[in-house]
Design a protein around this ligand. Structure first.
Ligand SMILES: [Zn+2]
Length: 386
């Protein structure tokens, strides 16, 4: 049996988060998304704060705790979660919360065994995300300790095939995404329709399980979407979106993988999808770097290239004005913490009159689903060839 060692844990011992101030931050809620081999825990906070990360010595290590300071429980914090939350997701047994001293909230994770964990935060509203993974064949070589680029080969070296694909229709419920009021069309309905069509195309592909993060008009936080992929041990994650630009003539298809960028347009697109302003993205470079460090950057790039090429080719067959805007990188929070190659595709511009009209047509949406389908299959084939 492999023991968990300190080295397999990512230690960011003392994280002073940007914007942390001396006022007391309130812990508003704690949410968790358990899976057999993975659990995401999210703390909803009123403002940024300091987190002290501690590992209790022991062999094996079975407890991690974090002190949030200065922090207390918000009035609305659910009473039933105040002391002990039983998780029992196979290895993470429970989460405990306590205020052992004034203005300090301790969060304790009790587990049987973990492989690695990561911590990052998201903004608007401010929340801290913990991803806790069980040791398994994917994490055994401790990819998080290797240079980012080596993750390219991990999927291939280990001969890991693709069995489960998670498709994420962007937005939903109270979040319509971008809208074209004159066409009475919103991003959330387009992405859902494309995702449902894409799922039904996979019915003809035996051996693949396809899961949608939502199958109806329903709100999901960005961090819930990746959590669904991780807890289902998905091998691929694709998030579907529709673009918009102040320049009405802008049109075409662009696909993204998670990385830092200097490209002002890419930052603007990410800011819009992340629901923060462009300036904050720049200010958040530290956290973005932390997120990217753990991402399967190179493999996601290859996956994204297949998606983009296939989608462009499929649409060009019938829609000659289709424009290939290329594969780009940007810090999309919806891709943060994805434990598998992941991609975000902006299938067309709803702000463009011609593409907006196309997006109304079931045939056009069907062609997009078809292009995405072929792109995913082509990528899977390259893995099988090794
Ligand atoms: Zn979107």
């Amino acid at each position: 049996m492999k023991k968990i060692g300190l080295l397999s844990i990512l230690l960011s011992v003392y994280a002073l988060l940007p914007g942390a101030n001396k006022d007391i931050t309130h812990l508003k809620n704690i949410r968790y998304y358990p899976g057999e081999a993975y659990t995401r825990v999210v703390l909803d906070l009123s403002a940024p704060l300091t987190i002290k990360e501690k590992v209790l010595p022991g062999d094996p290590i079975d407890r991690l705790y974090f002190d949030l300071e200065p922090c207390d429980f918000a009035k609305e914090f659910p009473t039933e979660k105040k002391k002990r939350i039983t998780v029992k997701s196979g290895y993470l047994q429970q989460i405990r919360l306590a205020m052992n001293k004034k203005n300090s909230v301790r969060v304790v994770f009790d587990f049987d065994k973990i492989g690695k964990y990561t911590m990052f935060y998201l903004t608007s509203p401010f929340r801290v995300v913990f991803d806790i993974f069980q040791e398994d064949k994917k994490t055994a070589p401790a990819p998080t300790l290797q240079p980012v680029d080596s993750s390219y080969s991990i999927v291939r070296q280990l001969g890991l095939g693709v069995r489960t694909i998670v498709i994420d229709p962007g937005h939903g419920g109270k979040d319509p995404g971008t809208e074209n009021l004159s066409l009475n069309l919103s991003e959330k309905e387009i992405t859902l329709d494309i995702a449902l069509q894409l799922k039904s195309l996979f019915r003809e592909t035996p051996g693949l399980t396809v899961i949608l993060t939502r199958e109806q008009d329903q709100y999901l936080a960005l961090e819930e979407r990746t959590a669904i992929a991780n807890s289902n041990k998905a091998d691929l994650f694709i998030s579907i979106h529709v673009n918009s630009a102040p320049r009405k003539s802008a049109h075409g298809i662009e696909s993204y993988y998670l990385n830092i960028t200097n490209d002002p347009w890419a930052m603007e697109v990410a800011a819009l999808e992340n629901k923060v302003n462009g300036k904050s993205i720049g200010e958040m470079s530290d956290i973005v770097e932390q997120i990217v460090k753990h991402a399967q950057v190179s493999e996601s790039k290859v996956f994204t290239e297949h998606i983009q090429a296939s989608l462009v080719n499929r649409l060009l067959r019938k829609y000659k004005s289709t424009q290939d805007l290329g594969v780009k990188k940007a810090p999309f929070f919806v891709l943060a913490g994805a434990d598998m190659p992941s991609s975000l595709v902006e299938v067309a511009f709803l702000s463009n009159a011609a593409e907006g009209k196309c997006l109304r047509s079931p045939a056009y949406r069907g062609a997009i689903a078809d292009g995405l389908y072929s792109g995913i299959l082509e990528y899977i084939e390259t893995l099988n060839k090794k």
